[in-house]
Ligand binder design. Structure first.
Ligand code: 5GP
Length: 208
């Protein structure tokens, strides 16, 4: 059976990753979304076990010690980690897995899973990014400035990804991501099993 694709999406804060990933998942419901653990406080409207597993710093450190994360990183003063649990299981079942994580974490996953599909989401411009975070109204002025500074650094790291998608329209960005996933799953190296049929004894007999 063809293994599922590990699809990793990153983008600076305010790029709209969350919205793009939600729409992608609604259109590709067979994709398994990996819910990260975080030590940050839930924002209004967020539910434990839906957007994140909200845990304490102590619980987070315990999980690091127990090797429970595929990767983890400190982002804007909070810890975020990708639970290892279930990712391999879903990939082996042939299901695609979607991770939405920051660039530090992504670089670590790239080393561990080199055949993953790495997509960097870009905002249309830095001004637009500033307005989007400000309009969200969930960050203090200090947090906003911190997020903009790291946005520039994250965009620089974006050059290490395989694909870059501008999020000027959510619908278009999702269509582009779906095309990337479709093309990736058709790569010869992912479908070597198909070729075996043509060289098996039964296949050869049929042609005689
Ligand atoms: P937010 O607090 O806005 O939900 O997320 C802040 C940043 O943390 C985003 O860039 C998001 O992609 C990243 N993030 C979310 N989950 C993980 C994770 O499991 N690992 C890493 N390294 N980053 C994550």
């Amino acid at each position: 059976m063809q293994k599922g694709l590990l699809i990793l999406i990153s983008g600076a804060s305010g790029t709209g990753k969350g919205t793009v990933c939600k729409k992608f998942l609604s259109e590709m419901p067979e994709t398994y979304y990996s819910i990260s653990a975080t030590t940050r406080q839930p924002r209004e409207g967020e539910t434990d076990g839906v957007e994140y597993f909200f845990i304490t710093v102590e619980e987070f450190k315990k999980k690091i010690a127990e090797g429970k994360f595929l990767e983890y990183a400190e982002v804007y003063g909070n810890f975020y980690g990708t639970p290892l649990y279930k990712i391999e299981e879903h990939l082996n079942r042939g299901e695609n897995v979607l991770l939405e994580i920051d660039t530090q974490g992504a670089l670590n996953v790239m080393k561990k899973i080199p055949d993953g599909v790495y997509i960097f989401l870009l905002p249309p411009s830095l001004e637009e990014l500033y307005n989007r975070i400000k309009n969200r109204g969930t960050e203090s002025e200090e947090d906003l400035r911190r997020r903009l500074d790291s946005a520039r650094q994250e965009i620089e790291v974006g050059k290490k990804y395989q694909y870059a998608v501008i999020n000027d329209s959510v619908d278009l960005a999702v269509e582009k991501i779906k095309s990337i996933v479709a093309a990736e799953s058709l790569k010869v190296e992912r479908q070597l099993e198909l070729f075996q049929n043509f060289f098996s004894k039964r296949g050869a007999l049929r042609c005689q």
